[in-house]
Design a protein around this ligand. Structure first.
Ligand code: HAM
Length: 429
């Protein structure tokens, strides 16, 4: 006996219902981003490895341990994308979009990303992100706030309940240099007893030690110097300005000084959004500001701010009621179902279906083996509006059954185009 072939660990099949929900979420989020002026773009599913090494960074788990490398006969060094931000910035540079006079540029995107993580609740190896990146020569206060508001408002209106926003401010170069030095001093005599990852982080990006999930390291991190004590005046003011605006807009947030994010490119404001009812899923969306990403991959100096939602985590957080509301906007059911029960069949049903489909009406047939009862039950399950029947009890006639009130109309079998004309004219408005 053949062994069944199963999907790879950490991946998912989106059968009809999940696929519809995914599309509904995607539509909702792309529209929401459009309300903030963001237009949708798309980038390749795989990129050169060095794009992510230079941007997401060597100290991140994503680059260090989780990239799906492609085996393409040694010709190229490609990986499946582990995130979008680096690709969007590459797109900006490669297509010279930075030359646009219309700044900030605002992009939204949605698609699959790949990380070789240990699968668990809300953690997949192939998952989907919806996100935005706002890009400019210099990211200003309004643009930062727009990105943050979009994450919060979209999360809140999708889940239809309060969400939890955590924010922190990593500061510009000078603040981060000061802080890095303080952290290096602090960990100098402790690093030998910390985990292997932290030892590497100590050398490459000491800030990332704060993000360590190993219990004994978490204990050590409790006494680490606080970032806020090392922010220069300008950064402190920028952070205060953001906090005041969030208060003004009634956006609830918590400052979390340990929030440094798992990607190396962040430089200013960073943030994560949680669903308090599904905290075990981790952040449902996260992002922040980056100052040097384009200069790490090109000669262009541009800045950006953005975030990504984990679409699967959103799907897991939605209440049944919210799912139904979102699914209402998705095209479902069928306009027509054609049942031919005659002994001697002809091609008229096929011709009618063909003409109806040309007018964007959806039409399907049951298989030929069922009786009328089975066909009608199937029509109900498929939410068919009208069934068109051909049978030997009504020779040269067509029976049209309205499935909502079960009323039947019998018309003469004329030409297919006349039958379709009648069908369209008699449709319920
Ligand atoms: P990230 O925090 O790595 O950031 O991922 C963003 C979101 O993707 C997370 O908050 C989570 O909802 C979801 N996510 C991450 N890993 C998984 C997984 N294994 N399974 C399911 N969902 C997952 C970024 O990717 C940045 N590019 C965000 C960004 C955009 N920063 C600036 N612009």
């Amino acid at each position: 006996m053949q062994e069944n072939i199963l999907k790879p660990r950490g991946t998912q099949d989106f059968t009809i219902e999940n696929e519809s929900l995914y599309r509904a979420l995607e539509d909702f989020l792309i529209q929401k981003a459009y309300d903030y002026g963001a237009k949708r773009v798309d980038v390749p599913t795989f990129e050169e490895t060095r794009l992510f090494v230079r941007s997401v960074g060597n100290s991140s788990d994503i680059v260090n341990k989780e990239m799906f490398k492609l085996d393409v006969k040694g010709e190229h060094d490609y990986v499946l994308r582990p995130e979008f931000t680096a690709s969007i910035n590459r797109m900006l540079v490669e297509n010279k979009l930075y030359a646009s006079p219309d700044l900030p540029l605002k992009f939204s995107y949605c698609g699959s990303v790949f990380r070789f993580e240990r699968p668990q609740a809300g953690r997949f190896r192939e998952f989907h992100q919806f996100g935005v990146e706002f890009l400019d020569n210099k990211i200003d206060f309004l643009t930062s706030l727009d990105a943050l508001c979009l994450l919060y408002r979209a999360g809140q209106s999708l889940l239809n309940r309060e969400v939890e926003l955590k924010i922190n401010f990593l500061g510009g170069k000078q603040s981060r240099d000061n802080y890095r030095k303080a952290l290096k001093d602090f960990y100098k005599d402790k690093i030998d007893c910390m985990c292997e990852d932290c030892k590497k982080r100590y050398e490459i990006n000491v800030l990332r030690i704060l993000d360590c999930k190993v219990d004994s390291d978490i204990e050590i991190n409790k006494n680490a110097p606080k970032l806020s004590s090392y922010l220069i005046e300008e950064d402190l003011q920028a952070f205060n300005h953001i906090k005041e605006a969030l208060d003004f807009l009634n956006i609830n947030y918590k400052v979390d000084e340990k929030l440094v994010r798992g990607l190396d490119y962040y430089t200013g404001l960073v943030f994560e959004l949680y669903d308090p009812l599904n905290r075990e899923l981790g952040a449902i969306g996260a992002g922040g500001q980056y100052g040097n990403l384009t200069s790490e991959i090109s000669n262009i100096n541009f800045e950006g701010i953005g975030f990504s939602f984990g679409v699967e985590r959103l799907m897991l957080s939605l209440s049944e009621q919210r799912k139904e509301e979102l699914l209402k906007n998705v095209r479902s059911g069928l306009d027509y179902f054609i049942v031919d029960l005659r002994q001697n069949k002809d091609l008229i049903p096929l011709e009618i279906a063909d003409i109806l489909r040309e007018t964007s009406r959806s039409v399907s047939f049951p298989n030929m083996n069922k009786g009328l009862k089975g066909d009608l039950k199937m029509a109900d399950r498929l939410k068919v509006k009208r069934v068109i029947m051909f049978d030997d009890y009504n020779p040269n006639k067509v029976v049209i059954k309205n499935m909502s009130n079960r009323e039947q109309t019998v018309i003469d079998m004329t030409s297919s185009s006349d039958i379709v004309k009648y069908l369209i004219e008699s449709e319920e408005k």
